[in-house]
Design a protein around this ligand. Structure first.
Ligand code: CA
Length: 223
């Protein structure tokens, strides 16, 4: 990957050995900018866009907690990890309350720092709350389907899984074997699929699942 395409990370660390070392450790994942004191960290934090920040607690001019607080006051919401030699619970609470998202005590494991950064910056795509299933709305989280008139029907776990699998790829026709592999034990008879399809059609409506003769099943299109 080209250096500029990597997410930008601001590292504020005054230790002349540790600073460049951490920068090097993180360079595989990030385009790292190193600042050696709180004041330049604040300046960089406010004037450029960052995907993540790693901020040492003990810094000259302005310490790490003040720096995080100052950034948050200015509306900078970039995820930040505080690094510190102070490992007491009270110190961790102070760091988190200052506005840091996470906290690591020196000496730390480089792999853990990288994993924590990944976790902090991971964008969790929200699962679609409701899927369209024929004329019905299916809510996999609540295992229920709802008609356009607001009529709710509850589903069992297996019924819900089967409907969810079909609904994730509405254009695809699933063979019974594929559905069996996805949801049941491979040794089960494919007729178990037919049984669940039968239940599902009886519960909300026949239209939720379409039979594609000679191939298998597809989610209903409401037609
Ligand atoms: Ca320091």
């Amino acid at each position: 990957m080209h250096n500029l395409e990597r997410p930008r990370l601001l590292l504020v660390e005054d230790d002349p050995v540790l600073g460049p070392l951490i920068a090097e450790l993180l360079a595989a994942d990030y385009n790292v900018q190193l600042a050696a004191d709180g004041q330049s960290g604040l300046h960089l934090g406010l004037t450029a866009r960052w995907e993540a920040m790693v901020i040492d607690r003990g810094l000259p001019v302005m310490d790490g907690l003040e720096l995080v607080m100052a950034l948050r006051r200015k509306g900078v919401t970039t995820p930040a990890i505080i690094l510190t030699a102070l490992g007491s619970t009270a110190e961790k609470i102070a760091g988190l309350d200052a506005g840091a998202n996470d906290y690591m005590t020196k000496p730390f494991d480089a792999g853990e720092l990288r994993a924590r950064l990944r976790a902090m910056t991971r964008v969790v795509a929200p699962a679609p709350a409701q899927l369209s299933v024929g004329d019905w709305l299916f809510d996999p989280g609540n295992r229920s389907v709802q008609s356009s008139y607001g009529h709710h029907v509850g589903l069992t776990a297996k019924e819900s899984e089967l409907l969810a699998l079909l609904a994730t790829e509405p254009d695809r026709v699933f063979t019974r074997q594929e559905l069996l592999q996805g949801l049941f034990h491979p040794d089960d008879s494919p007729s178990v699929i037919d049984t669940y399809i039968h239940y599902l059609r009886k519960k909300p409506s026949k239209s939720v699942i379409r039979t594609v003769h000679g191939i298998g099943y597809q989610i209903g299109d409401g037609a």
